[in-house]
Design a binder for this molecule. Structure first.
Ligand code: NCD
Length: 322
């Protein structure tokens, strides 16, 4: 794989291959010294133009555990503040000779655009409402680990579908891996058309609880709404929150997931968070292994080398698809 921009670009085999690779890296993390020299000499830049805790920290750890050199570029303290354009910023980073740029941005499509301004591999760490491919991979990894497979599993995705890049990526990844996905949300938080989405729509969370193998709760994305699309947080919880009563109706081995950050008492009640069926911390753990797999896939031996472009003779040998 040259870049990781969208789950759309990956086949079911690509996805399974990345999950298998992540499994080998999970074993590395359990060692006394959780580090391998796989990416020694490679340089990874984390360019986050939007807030992040989990994604940024786990890309950071993933790069270190592969022995890559790491640069944390922080938009807040950069020359962007002085009005430097995104293009100039990326071209400046590129001119220093980096091998991969991990980018998060509030606008959809930025990672794709960035591929035109750099020779480095580009990894999308979340762009606007569009995609968050490594989140989808770590979620698929978590489900596979808990339930053995995604094939034939019923996933219910509940909440703010409209503003969620996690929903868009996860629906593509889960269905490619053989799961069926049902979405449940207030009308105002569903996209106006779901025509091309491989999902069923359910009007009520209560009706969907008993048949779900996975219940995936999405965060209410107030920062993306622009206007109030919900009557009140209390009413949201009453119809769509995972309360203790609703948790009782879920099967014994149902996997309860949330990408974080959780709004306790809105998407999920505080008493439910400690239920052993809640996989939120497993998701976070999987994030490091999955991001190691992605970095290794784009930069590891046999993959793209930024100098290939200057030496066409070497590029056909080295470049290979995922
Ligand atoms: C998600 C994101 O930023 O898209 N969080 C994350 O990466 N763990 C989901 C969210 O913010 O709701």
């Amino acid at each position: 794989m040259r870049h990781l921009l969208s789950i759309e670009d990956l086949s079911a085999d690509d996805l399974s291959g990345l999950l298998d690779l992540a499994q080998t890296f999970e074993a590395v993390q359990q060692r006394d010294v959780p580090k391998v020299p796989a990416l020694r000499g490679k340089t990874v830049v984390l360019a986050f133009f939007e807030d992040s805790t989990r994604t940024r920290t786990s890309f950071d750890l993933a790069a270190r555990r592969l022995s890559a050199d790491l640069v944390n570029f922080s938009a807040g303290s950069s020359s962007l503040k002085k009005g430097e354009s995104l293009r100039d910023t990326i071209e400046t980073i590129d001119a220093m000779g980096v091998d991969a740029i991990v980018i998060r941005h509030a606008s959809s499509g930025v990672p794709q655009q960035v591929t035109r301004w750099t020779k480095a591999a580009v990894i999308n760490a979340g762009d606007g409402w569009h995609q968050h491919p490594t989140q989808a991979l770590l979620d698929a990894y978590t489900i596979r680990k808990r339930l053995g497979t995604l094939e034939g599993k019923r996933v219910v995705l509940c909440g703010d579908i409209q503003h969620s890049r996690v929903a868009r990526s996860n629906i593509q990844a889960f269905t490619k891996l053989g799961a069926t996905v049902t979405v449940v949300a207030p009308r105002t938080l569903l996209p106006s058309s779901l025509d091309h989405w491989p999902v069923e729509v359910s009007k009520s969370l209560d009706e969907s609880l008993e048949q779900s193998d996975v219940l995936y709760l999405l965060r209410i994305q107030h920062e993306r709404m622009g206007q109030s699309l919900l009557p009140s947080v209390r009413e949201y919880r009453a119809s769509y929150g995972l309360t203790t009563e609703r948790a009782r109706k879920l099967s014994q081995d149902c996997v309860i997931m949330h990408p974080g950050p959780m709004n306790r008492g809105v998407e999920i009640d505080p008493e439910v968070v400690d239920d052993p069926r809640v996989a939120v911390l497993d998701q976070v753990t999987a994030g490091v292994a999955v991001r190691m797999a992605v970095l290794f896939n784009v930069l590891g031996p046999g993959q793209f080398d930024r100098d290939d472009e200057a030496d066409p003779a070497s590029s056909s040998k080295k470049r290979s698809a995922a």
